[in-house]
Ligand binder design. Structure first.
Ligand code: HSE
Length: 350
């Protein structure tokens, strides 16, 4: 089945998704009956292109690799000057799914939240990897989606394409989740790991994390725990029925930790990790992000480098731990694909 798709934002994640569409076209069609037809792309820096008959993905990818604008696309398309504002584009272009992959603004959730509302109101399913709208407006957006009989899916907001939401929605369905506890920020886990295994100082390890592209544009969001706070709020609200806000989460980052603290802990058989936690007690939900010294026997203590992990404490299955990538071009591109496949499975059941 063909799905008309709009991409809002075509940076690392959007290009990762396009690469997957290109590389996996046959497998997606033959094994999943999923044929993506990208009908519009708009990006703040790279311009826009609208083509109701579908874009040639290879052409788009090579255009972007050459550092050219989407407006330079050579093929059948509409006049792009008619769509200068992404909100107009979302309203006017007919599509089945909108993938929202713009930057995260954790204070306002904008402009992504307005894009998502516009798409749901104009009958499109929405998939996003953006933490802002999911952390600040999850219930409102989910209700709007339900009202319009569309899906609002957020797999990429926590642990990139590692299937956190799919796991709870499918594999663990029927369980009550009492607690979720884990490592949700790759940058800080990388820094803590490097301080221990390579004897690096904090600043040196942070610089390397930035060079490798793990850190947010402003690494304060990582090292002071704001990024993990956004993710733990999303988990609390989307998976445990919470209604909490980021400023209600107790937060402490890792910027005060030095190599000496890490090595002292190690000598005592312990390892520092930035732990994000959300616990349900009756109707009360409490969340926190702070460095903890874990015994080596804790599964989370063995998670090194930029990897993420989560332990779900459930009533029927006890503790279930999942570990995997928390960021990355292809990994987060995959999160968008996995949500699109879930939408397509849902459409087929109708
Ligand atoms: N800066 C984030 C991290 C990227 O280090 O985990 C993924 O949200």
């Amino acid at each position: 089945m063909e799905y008309r798709i709009i991409l809002i934002g075509c940076g690392t994640v959007g290009q990762g998704l396009l690469e997957i569409f290109d590389r996996k076209a046959e497998q997606l069609r033959d094994q999943h009956d999923f044929e993506p037809k990208v009908v519009a792309i708009t990006d703040k820096l790279k311009g826009s292109v609208v083509a109701p008959d579908g874009l040639n993905i290879k052409k788009v990818l090579s255009l972007l690799k050459e550092g050219k604008k989407l407006n330079d696309y050579d093929g059948p398309r509409l006049k792009v000057e008619d769509f200068l504002d992404p909100l107009d584009l979302i309203e006017q272009v007919e599509a089945d799914i909108m993938a929202e992959m713009t930057y995260t603004d954790i204070k306002t959730g904008e402009p992504a939240t307005s894009y998502i509302k516009k798409a749901l109101r104009t009958g499109k399913h929405v998939v996003t990897s953006n933490k802002g709208p999911a952390a600040l407006h999850y219930h409102e957006l989910k209700e709007l989606a339900n009202l319009n009989q569309r899906q609002f899916r957020i797999e990429g907001t926590v642990m990139s394409g590692t299937p956190v939401f799919h796991l709870v929605e499918n594999g663990l369905a029927g369980n009550d989740i009492r607690e979720i506890r884990g490592i949700l920020n790759g940058t800080t886990n990388f820094i803590l790991s490097k301080m221990e295994t390579d004897g690096m100082e904090y600043d040196e390890a942070l610089k390397l994390a930035q060079e490798l592209g793990y850190a947010e544009a402003d690494p304060t969001a990582d090292v002071e725990g704001f990024d993990a706070v956004a993710k733990v709020v999303i988990l609390a609200n989307a998976l445990m029925g919470g209604k909490i806000k980021p400023d209600e989460v107790k937060r402490q980052g890792i910027s005060a930790l030095r190599k000496k603290d890490i090595l002292e802990a190690k000598a005592a058989g312990l390892r520092y990790k930035l732990i994000a936690k959300v616990k349900k007690d009756g109707s009360r939900i409490e969340a926190s992000v702070s460095p903890e010294k874990l015994p080596f026997s804790d599964p989370l203590a063995g998670v090194m480098g930029a990897q993420n992990a989560l332990t779900f404490d459930t009533d029927l299955m006890g503790k279930v731990t999942i570990q995997g990538a928390g960021a990355g071009r292809i990994e987060t591109g995959f999160s968008i694909l996995s949500d699109m496949l879930a939408i397509s499975r849902g459409e087929k059941k109708k």
